[in-house]
Design a protein around this ligand. Structure first.
Ligand code: 5GP
Length: 193
């Protein structure tokens, strides 16, 4: 998506440790018009799919998932919660995710009330790096017996391999910008086309 690539080039900053900061429009200040264009792009890509729910993970995925839902017939958006500790009362699906940014594992939960075998799910997240967050969401869908219809990502860092692994596993991954390389010294960013 040209518009997203241009914004990343103009306003993104490359940090050490393979971190791309896009706080100006995606991760801190939110450009709602851009979110809307992203939602339209995912809706076009997944047009043939019978999606009745969007699943994301807190916190950055929530805003863009909610705007995207407007393009999928206002389907409900469920966000997986990052829990401090697992309080297993049987009402939740639980999995463990390793956080790229926090560099630690944490439990992720979704209530059984909001995901089940009747659901055909689009997974949405802001970033795809090694794929840990997405594999956590897929795991939760498996527990729930829900079908993963596709994965919509704003920014994939292609050089970290998570996206290609998910494609090899057979998932339809639509990343709106794929960063092929980025240099923290020069700030140069190359995209995959
Ligand atoms: P993964 O689980 O695929 O390794 O990493 C994806 C998750 O880590 C996303 O949910 C995102 O919040 C965070 N993340 C990974 N890489 C970046 C990055 O370069 N910039 C930002 N802002 N978040 C990232």
């Amino acid at each position: 998506m040209k518009e997203l690539e241009e914004r990343i080039r103009k306003e993104g900053t490359v940090k050490e440790g393979n971190v791309l900061k896009v706080d100006a429009f995606l991760n801190h200040q939110c450009d709602v018009a851009l979110y809307d264009a992203m939602g339209a792009a995912w809706a076009e890509h997944f047009a043939g799919k019978n999606i009745n729910k969007i699943l994301t993970i807190e916190a950055s995925g929530i805003g863009m998932a909610c705007v995207a839902a407007r393009h999928f017939g206002n389907v409900p958006v469920v966000f997986a919660k990052k829990a401090q500790s697992i309080n297993l009362d049987g009402d939740q699906y639980v999995t463990t995710v390793y956080s790229f940014t926090k560099q630690r594992e944490f439990p992720v939960i979704v209530s059984r009330k909001y995901l089940g075998p009747e659901d055909h799910v689009l997974l949405i997240d802001d970033f795809l790096a090694n794929g840990k967050a997405l594999h956590g969401l897929i795991d939760i869908c498996k527990h729930a017996g829900a079908t993963v219809e596709g994965i919509g990502i704003a920014v994939e860092k292609g050089f970290q391999g998570g996206g290609d692994q998910l494609r090899e596993e057979g998932y339809d991954v639509d990343s709106l910008a794929i960063v092929e390389s980025m240099d923290p010294t020069t700030g140069d960013i190359e995209f995959r086309h």
